[in-house]
Design a protein around this ligand. Structure first.
Ligand code: G1P
Length: 892
């Protein structure tokens, strides 16, 4: 098998005959608008949302079953038909045989170049991209005669236009084609469905879909085939279409065709290329709701020269956004890390839907993903994050739960995509994680005192009841009894999220699981399920809050009067029923409306209270949740819907789950000895090097309908015991935070090494959501693992992190990670670009070295206690337009 290759340092990779590997695709997208996927055969799709698919929606199986791909054909002088993407019957027949054509995919950030050379010596390079504005996708096709004699052929561009909702893929597929109104223009076709089909109430449709093509210098097509039936001919298929096979007359410009499947097929005049000579065509397809702008849009890229310029703009635009660079001494690794750093940007665009593996959801971004993706953005583009944080707190309900789906616009929330009342008990945990990171990276404590509204809908009492007094017309903001929208500080939102969680416990006095936690597939234990995993996480948050309050330095803080009901009560911490009662009484005070009154709290007393609560939780877990197999122990992380502990040894089978360990380690619930024991248990029961490292859980060999759907998945797939990158990386992060750097490095490196082993992972560069039992990387690009990997690598492995606004450098790289004695990371911090070079010239072990000396742009810096600290003001005083070098020398 060929391997992924890199030429430079910008992530651009090549892969020979990529079509021989199953399931490969690259994302293409604009800043707004179109989101596409493109395969080595130019398959994939393109859409702006669930209801607006330009190309027919595909999920992973369609990549090998569909052949109606984007295509560009050449009918050769002898009648043979050749596809630039290998999507012809003859080329398919030769695939894997001795006559298989050579092809190569070159992939970059949101562009693909596909090269292929045909038997007659015609070479094609097809460059695919979506414009930065996202209005159209383009294919720039360059054809070169590499034969010794002249070559004559007729080019035909072919893009089937779907033009409707993904819901109509099977449901009313034919009926919705009857809505199509297809108009032929001088260089393409426009499709305007007469209605937006929805049996609950059809609506007038304003969306216009188009395809267009031009030749050299803007040459127009000579024949256009606007419908699939015209293009394919009777009995034709996309691998052998009549309009390519034969010189068939097209449909004149100005023609209107009604009620047919649309096709953007444009044939050009035959062309003869002398040996070495080349020519170019540009094919585009896109959409707009503004009819007036359509003619211009269809022609904005009407010459190959303009398309090449647009492609260059795309390359520069996305490259510039990834302003973090690693130099590890291994350029392949550096390039993979570039893609990992790019992945959070892809999640911002795609959410968790709209790529062939990610065929679930109808768009929008999930709550926990939104907050975690912010972590990476905080490193790469901190400018916008403050506004995002404040707006996102507007999604919190006063009972500490939150809206789960984030709308198109920042600060816009939807209760639940399927109108099901659901509470993910981990959701309230993530905002503080991101906010704390923000405070550390920026030192901007004023964000805590910004005001934000609360989200309001019918759901009250943490998903357990409905507010029947609330009507949609009341709007989605919490109001006070007199109808005014109530706003509280960001700090108040954080307090409510974490304090409500503290009282929301089950019979074992651990936090209730509700409808799931981080693991979406633990969704069948809403009554008696408990998540010890996230009990640890919330305890960590309460400790974190105390540190923040200390730093904030305000003697008093103002909060909603109702919140005081959640303070104190240390006499009943051991009593789950009493805790529930307190919560219930609080919930009643803000279920429909709150008073709007506020009170001042004494910060010192609040800090004491929060500490007591956090300590109680951790102590309780330490005392009651430690399980062992006699050799080593680990934490039980869950109770099932029968109220039984989930982990331990059951029927002689060890049951261990990674998330249960991660948060206990991360926030110090486990002692150092327990952490070491957990590492041993994880190595024994979860670790499998060749498939990426640490699995999410052991094989329970039981369907466990009293815990979640995950146990219905085959073992080793997705949430049931796969090596799930996100949790593996958080495990590593937790270990680094606790000083277990060697163990953390093992988790991170095994994961990335498996991704980099193309023969096993069979995926383009980046981290997948998970590796299956064969080590294949699935669900590429859109995973929270990327943000966490970046964060962990920069802040904990390289040890370059903000501490309440100042820069701290405390590396924890393993000796073996110093390729050639030094490594570096380039990144933005405090508005300046820094290149931090870390030198370990004597090859000292991590446990033995400390920062010995350091310099900034050649001037020595003071080092104290083996750590480098640079006050923010010193960094802000540097010039903005240069890369500033920080050198850190490690020594024993
Ligand atoms: C996905 C979801 C994430 C969820 C996880 C586990 O993983 O996006 O919200 O927590 O599955 O069910 P990710 O995208 O983080 O890899």
């Amino acid at each position: 098998m060929t391997n992924i290759g890199f030429a430079g340092r910008d992530g651009v990779f090549t892969l020979e005959n990529a079509e021989n590997i199953t399931g490969l695709y690259l994302p293409l997208a604009g800043e707004r608008g179109l989101k596409s996927a493109v395969t080595p055969n130019l398959g994939g799709d393109s859409k702006i949302d669930q209801n607006t698919f330009l190309l027919e929606p595909v999920s992973i199986e369609n990549l090998h079953s569909n052949r109606g791909t984007r295509n560009f054909w050449c009918r050769m002088a002898d009648g043979a038909i050749w596809s630039v993407c290998g999507a012809s019957a003859a080329q398919e027949a030769e695939k894997f045989g001795p006559k298989q054509e050579k092809s190569r995919v070159t992939g970059g950030f949101l562009w693909q170049a596909l090269e292929r050379e045909g038997a007659q010596g015609l070479y094609a390079k097809t460059e695919s991209f979506v414009t930065v504005r996202g209005e159209q996708e383009a294919m720039l096709v360059t054809l070169v005669n590499r034969a010794a004699a002249p070559l004559t052929f007729t080019p035909v561009a072919a893009v089937p236009l779907y033009g409707r909702s993904a819901d109509n893929l099977r449901d009313h597929r034919h009926v919705t084609s009857l809505l199509h109104r297809i108009r032929v223009t001088s260089n393409g076709v426009i499709v305007k469905p007469s209605l937006s089909f929805d049996e609950r109430g059809h609506r007038e449709n304003e969306m216009l879909y188009f395809a267009a093509a031009n030749g050299p210098d803007g040459a127009l097509p000579i024949a256009i085939y606007p419908t699939a039936e015209m293009f394919l001919g009777e009995g034709g298929t996309f691998l052998n279409p009549e309009a390519v096979r034969s010189d068939k007359p097209g449909t004149p410009a100005g023609t209107l065709i009604e009620g047919r499947e649309a096709m953007g097929a444009m044939a050009f005049d035959a062309v003869t290329l002398a040996p070495g000579e080349s020519t170019q065509y540009v094919v585009r397809f896109g959409l707009t709701q503004e009819a007036g702008t359509l003619p211009a849009l269809m022609n904005v890229l009407d010459t190959p020269v303009k398309a090449a310029a647009a492609l260059e703009e795309v390359r520069q635009h996305w490259q510039k956004l990834v302003n973090v660079e690693f130099a590890t001494g291994d350029s392949v690794r550096d390039n993979y890390l570039k893609w990992v750093c790019f992945q959070p940007i892809l999640r911002r665009i795609f959410g968790c839907s709209f790529l062939p593996y990610h065929d679930y959801g109808k768009g929008g971004r999930g709550w926990r993903d939104l907050w975690q993706d912010c972590l990476a953005l905080l490193i790469m583009d901190p400018g916008d994050v403050r506004g995002m944080i404040v707006d996102n707190y507007g999604g919190v309900r006063m009972d500490g739960t939150n809206a789960t789906i984030i709308g198109e616009k920042q600060g816009e929330f939807v209760a639940d995509r399927n109108n099901i009342t659901r509470v993910w008990m981990d959701h309230a945990f993530w905002p503080l994680v991101t906010t704390e990171f923000y405070l550390n990276q920026t030192g901007d404590f004023s964000v805590l005192l910004e005001k934000a509204p609360y989200f309001k809908d019918r759901q009250i009492r943490r998903g357990m009841a409905h507010d029947d007094m609330w009507q949609p017309a009341d709007g989605s903001r919490q109001r006070t009894a007199d109808g005014t929208v109530y706003e509280g500080t960001v700090l108040e939102h954080i307090l409510l999220e974490n304090l409500c969680a503290f009282y929301d416990v089950g019979a074992h006095n651990e936090l209730r699981l509700h409808n799931a936690d981080w693991n979406d597939a633990l969704d069948m234990a809403a009554d008696k399920g408990e998540s010890v995993a996230f009990t640890n996480a919330y305890a960590g948050n309460l400790h974190g809050l105390v540190k923040i309050l200390q730093k904030l330095g305000a003697e008093k803080i103002t909060v909603a009067q109702e919140l005081t009901a959640l303070l104190g009560h240390d006499d009943i911490f051991d009593d789950p029923t009493a805790k529930n009662d307190i919560l219930s009484r609080y919930e009643a005070t803000c279920a429909h409306a709150n008073s709007g009154r506020t009170v001042e709290l004494d910060t010192a007393a609040l800090m004491t209270d929060l500490t007591a609560k956090a300590n109680w939780m951790q102590c309780h877990v330490r005392e009651t949740e430690w399980v062992t197999d006699g050799k080593s122990g680990w934490l039980n992380g869950y109770y099932d819907n029968h109220g039984q502990p989930v982990e331990g040894v059951v029927n002689d089978l060890p049951r261990m789950m990674l998330p249960s360990q991660v948060f206990g380690i991360m926030y110090g619930t486990t002692t150092a000895e327990q952490t070491a024991e957990i590492c041993r248990s994880a190595d024994r029961y979860l670790f499998e090097e060749k498939i990426g490292g640490y699995r999410l859980n052991t094989n329970f060999k039981e369907k466990k309908l009293d815990l979640g759907r995950m146990f219905g998945f085959a073992y080793g797939e997705k949430e049931n015991g796969a090596v799930f990158s996100h949790m593996t990386v958080m495990y590593a992060n937790a270990l680094y935070q606790r000083g277990f750097a060697k163990e953390g490095a093992k988790a991170l490196d095994t994961l990335l090494n498996t991704a980099m082993d193309f023969a096993v992972s069979k995926m383009y560069p980046g981290l997948p959501e998970y590796f299956n039992n064969d080590g294949r990387g699935l669900y590429p690009y859109l995973t929270g693992a990327a943000s966490w990997y970046m964060l962990t690598e920069i802040c904990w492995v390289y040890g370059v992190r903000g501490e309440w606004g100042d820069l701290v450098i405390a590396p924890a790289l393993q000796k073996a990670q110093f390729g050639g004695g030094s490594v570096s990371v380039t990144l933005p911090f405090a508005g300046r670009t820094l290149r931090v070079r870390i030198e370990n010239a004597d090859g000292i072990e991590q446990k033995d070295y400390r920062v010995y000396s350091a310099a900034l742009d050649g001037t020595a810096l003071p080092v104290a206690e083996g750590i480098l600290r640079i006050p923010r003001a010193e960094i802000e005083a540097l010039t903005a337009d240069a890369i500033h070098e920080i050198t850190v020398i490690l020594h024993a």
